[in-house]
Design a binder for this molecule. Sequence first.
Ligand code: G16
Length: 546
Amino acid sequence: MDETQIASLLKSSSLFPIPQSLKLSYGTAGFRGDATLLPSTVHRVGILSSLRSLKLNSSTIGLMITASHNKLSDNGVKVSDPSGEMLSQDWEPFADQIANASSPQKLVTLINDFMKKEEILIGGEGGRGEVWLGRDSRPSGESLIKAAEIGVSSVLGCVAVDKGVLTTPELHWMVRAKNKGLKDTEKDYFENLTTSFKCLIDLIPSNGNKISKLVLDGANGVGGVKMEELRGYLSNLDIEIRNTGRDGGVLNESVGADFVQKEKVLPLGFGVKDDVGVRCVSFDGDADRLVYFYVTSGDNKIELLDGDKILSLFALFIKEQLNTLEGKVLSRVGVVQTAYANGASTDYLKGLGLDVVFAKTGVKHLHERATEFDVGIYFEANGHGTILFSEGFVSLLVEKQKEMSEGSDEYNAVSRLVAVSNLINQAVGDAISGLLLVEVILRHMGWSVQKWNELYKDLPSRQVKVEVPDRTAVVTTSEETEALKPLGIQEAINGEIEKYQRGRAFIRPSGTEDVVRVYAEASTQEDADSLASSVAQLVKSFLGSI
Ligand code: G16
C-alpha cells in the first residue's frame, strides 16, 4: 500500500472513531446493533466492499444498510457478493477484525496484511472498484450511507453508487443483474416480476381460478411501500396494503413477519371482526421474509402459514411440474431446512419423496446447500427462503422444450418452471417475489388459504428469547440441534425433553440480537409452552440472567 493510500485510510477513519468497548461480530446476517454505535463499523465495511470489488476484477459489490426484523433504533450492514449472494464466509473473519480494530493505525495494518495475503492491488495497477449502496426505511440509514460512501471511496480507484431506499432483496437482485450484464434498475426488477407473474397466470388452465383479496402487513417498513409501487404494474393481483409506515406506525413494533411468526397473534392494523377468514401476509422490515396467516374467530390468535408451509406449497408445485416431465428431464430436487423447521413439515416433505437436508440458521448457510441441487428449495420457518435453479438445468429445460409440441402438458410444465426461475429471486429470499409465487400457486390449485393450511398440521411449538450476560457462552453443533457449551446444559435439556410426548427443544445464540433463543415443540401447545419455559430456566441458571 503506498503513502497516498495509507493517508487516505487514516484520514477517513479518523472521522469515524470506534466507540469504546464495542465488540461486534458479522453474525447471522452482517453487523447489527444500536444505530448510534455503527458509523465506524459501516465505514469499515465500505472499505471492505471496495477491497472485495478490486479482488474480484472490478465486479460490483452490494452494501445494504438494514437491521431487518430488529427494532427501529437498531441498524446494521451486510455485503452482497457479485452473484447477489451473501459475502463469501471466508471474508467474515477479516470483517470482524477490521470492525473491532481499536485505532486507525491498527486498521491500516490489518488492511495492509490482508491485501498482501489476498494479493489485492490498489490504484493504477488494481483497476477500479464499484460498490452499490442501499438502505431500508430506518431514519438512521441516511447518515450511515454517508459513512459507507466515505469508506468505499477512501480506497483509491473505488466509487460508491447510492441506490437509495430499497428492500434488501432488490439490492441483491440489482447487483446480480449488473454483474451478469443484464438490465439492473429497480424498474427492471419490477418489470421482471410483472412479466413472469403474468406468464404464470396465463398458464393456469382455467385462466384464473377466482381468488379473494389479499391483505398485506408491510411491517411499517420498505416492503409495503415497494409493493404499492409494484401494484401499479400488476393487473392481476387484488391486494390491500396496510402498515406502510405512513400512518404513524413504528417499524416492526407489533407488526411484521417476525412478530407474527413468533407471537402467533394478529399484527396491529388487523381486526378480529373485519378480517376473519381473510388471506393475509406479513413482510419483515426489509422485505426478505414473508409469512401468511388468517384469523379464525373472535380472539386475536391466528392460523400461521410460516416458511415451512410456504416451502411445502412451492415444493408441491415444482414436483407437480417435474412429474409431468418424468422420463424427459432428469433432475435432483432438494429441500433445505433448519433446526427450527416444524417436525410435521419435514415429515410432509419427505412424504413427497423429496431429499430433505438441514443447515445452520442463516440464509447464507441454507443457500449454499441449496446450490447442490438442480432445483434447491430452501426456507427458514421464519419465512426467509427462495428456490434456486441451476443454470445448467434451466438451459436443459429450454433445450428440451424445443422438441415438445406447443401447448402440451409437458410444454406448459417447462414454461412454468422457467417462469418460476425468473420470478423467484435467485440471489436471496425475497418477500415480494415469494408473495407473487404463493398467489400464482393458490390460483393454479384453486385453493383458499385454509385449504393450503391443511397440507399438514403443525406440531405445537414455542419460541422464546432469554437475555443473558454473554450469549457467546452457548456453543452448538453445526446443525444447532445440540448445545456443546456450557458443559452439562444439553443433558439437562434432554432431561426436560423426555418428559413430553413428541418433545424436541434446542438453544442457540442469536446472530442478530443480544439473546439466546429457545425453541420447543411437543404434542400439545401447553406442553410446548411448558418445555420452552423450563429450557429458558435452564439457560438462566447456567448462564445467569440480566
Ligand atoms: C436474519 C437472517 C436469517 C435468520 C434471522 C434470525 O434475518 O437473514 O437467516 O433466520 O436473521 O437470526 P438469529 O436467530 O441468528 O437472530 P433478518 O430477516 O433479520 O435479516
